[in-house]
Design a protein around this ligand. Sequence first.
Ligand SMILES: [Zn+2]
Ligand SMILES: [Zn+2]
Ligand SMILES: [Zn+2]
Length: 316
Amino acid sequence: MSRLCQVAACLSAWCFSMEITVGRDRKPTCVKYERILENAVDFLNGGLELLFASNFSSQTAKVAVVSIQTSVELLAKYRMVREAGLQSIVQGKLPSKNLDQAVKEAKFSTLGFGKVLDLVGAIEGLTDDEKRLINELVNIRNDLVHFASEVDPESVKLSCVHILARVLSIFALGEARDIGEMADYRLLLSEQNFNKLINFDPYRAEAVDAALESLDAEKVFKCYMCGNESFCLRASENYFCHCCGFSVVSDAIAFAACDACSSVDRVFFDPLNTTNNMHYGKCMDCEVKQWVWECPDCGSVVSQVDGKARRACTYC
Ligand SMILES: [Zn+2]
Ligand SMILES: [Zn+2]
Ligand SMILES: [Zn+2]
């Protein structure tokens, strides 16, 4: 544990041993706050490797929890620095002279995690559930580091994946959820960690809750990338999946009911790509490929399995 404590103590020095922006109104030199993200990503992947390793035990659970909690703290700071500059997470005023040197020598201290959470909460609106999950992990970590307590590996694993289902989107992506970049959490996670995490049922279930509770979600669909019911159409007219982190502009994908199995919104298709005024789609439930067309009178979408006679619009 002592090595981990050292790592934790050195963390701010690592995070800020770089040139960083100091705020929107005072932008100096080059901006490299991505270093905070790099460190967060290293702790995150290290923690997840332990969490999903075949020899996961109460011993490795302790290291995993400290690593993942550290990454969560760094991700929250990353969100704030990206949003409002370095000053936003620093106690007191940043030095106006020789800032780079002060940063390298870590001559200032950053706000506690609770304060940083309040700041993120002010721009994002954290739900009570999200705050509860975050505090749960903070408490486990503190108990471990300060009181040498024991942990139950399975409950630690649940705490970690539940919190990640909430904070990866809020802290790590932030506004990136609303620019539909067609990227996913592989930006943050190794291929192996990505696959283990997004296929872990408790994580998937929490991602569904996160999608349903998201204040920016207008409707929730099944994700055509990971198959989880956590694909949000957001107020920004972008889709974002709370499970795999995939985002895409709303023009690029649309959903229709399935002509083969009758499930609602399960046929996904590209509305910009047409053949004879029809779109080619596929049902996520029964996997039957089919055609989708838009009713010229009411604009609703109708799907039909290839070879069947064209149906009348079911809505008008
Ligand atoms: Zn997904
Ligand atoms: Zn179907
Ligand atoms: Zn119609």
